[in-house]
Design a binder for this molecule. Structure first.
Ligand SMILES: CC(C)(COP(=O)(O)OP(=O)(O)OC[C@H]1O[C@@H](n2cnc3c(N)ncnc32)[C@H](O)[C@@H]1OP(=O)(O)O)[C@@H](O)C(=O)NCCC(=O)NCCS
Length: 171
């Protein structure tokens, strides 16, 4: 039912097919898991199809080895009118050791719910119920405010880049 499930966790083993050229898990595989977990949470929360519009703060803090047990935890942090800000934490551990999994990555993914015509559509509002959820929401809000300057810099950069790109394509 929409507006109910505030978090979910995927657990699985990193497979040989996820390997990069250095023998560890490919960064693109980790990004796919992040997007999938956040997608599952976003469509469950909104009851709608949803698309990724932003991924922020993605850092690979340590590598994941093939055969390690991976945990991808997605938590709703904040909603706007049509957007859902979802924190995703990836942890991994060697299952042979039985140790607590260590964080390898954290980021915030923003999904937008779409109606049948592909237009942004309203989502149930997220109302934090615990101190932890209030802290998650405050963090997501603060990060979004800090992004304003980066967004302006990006827009200015792309505006400068575009004329050059057009010239190149005309050659
Ligand atoms: C999703 C999409 C239809 C939204 O279109 P839009 O013209 O930006 O729509 P709006 O301006 O009404 O914004 C809709 C919501 O998205 C949010 N949003 C849009 N771009 C955003 C960004 N880069 N970062 C964070 N939020 C963003 C807006 O803040 C708004 O949230 P709110 O309703 O909660 O306030 C359009 O951006 C799109 O199709 N993007 C491509 C999505 C996609 O293909 N994803 C897969 C990547 S391969």
């Amino acid at each position: 039912m929409p507006g109910r499930r505030r978090e979910l966790t995927f657990r699985f083993l990193a497979e040989p097919g996820d390997v990069n050229y250095g023998g560890k898990v490919f960064g693109g595989a980790v990004m796919k898991w992040i997007d999938q977990a956040a997608y599952a949470l976003a469509v469950g929360w909104s009851g709608r199809y949803a698309v990724t519009v932003h991924v922020g703060g993605l850092e690979f803090e340590r590598p994941i080895a093939i055969g390690h047990l991976v945990e991808v935890r997605a938590r709703l942090m904040r909603t706007g009118r049509t957007s859902m800000h979802i924190g995703v934490e990836v942890k991994a551990a060697d299952p042979r050791r039985g140790e607590a999994p260590g964080r390898t990555t954290h980021c915030i993914v923003v999904f937008v719910a779409l109606d049948e015509a592909g237009r942004p559509t309203e989502v149930p509002p997220f109302e934090p119920r615990t101190d932890e959820e209030r802290a998650l929401e405050a963090h997501a809000r603060h990060v979004a405010e800090l992004r304003a300057a980066l967004d302006a810099e990006r827009a200015a950069f792309l505006a400068r880049l575009e004329p050059a790109a057009r010239l190149e394509s005309e050659l």
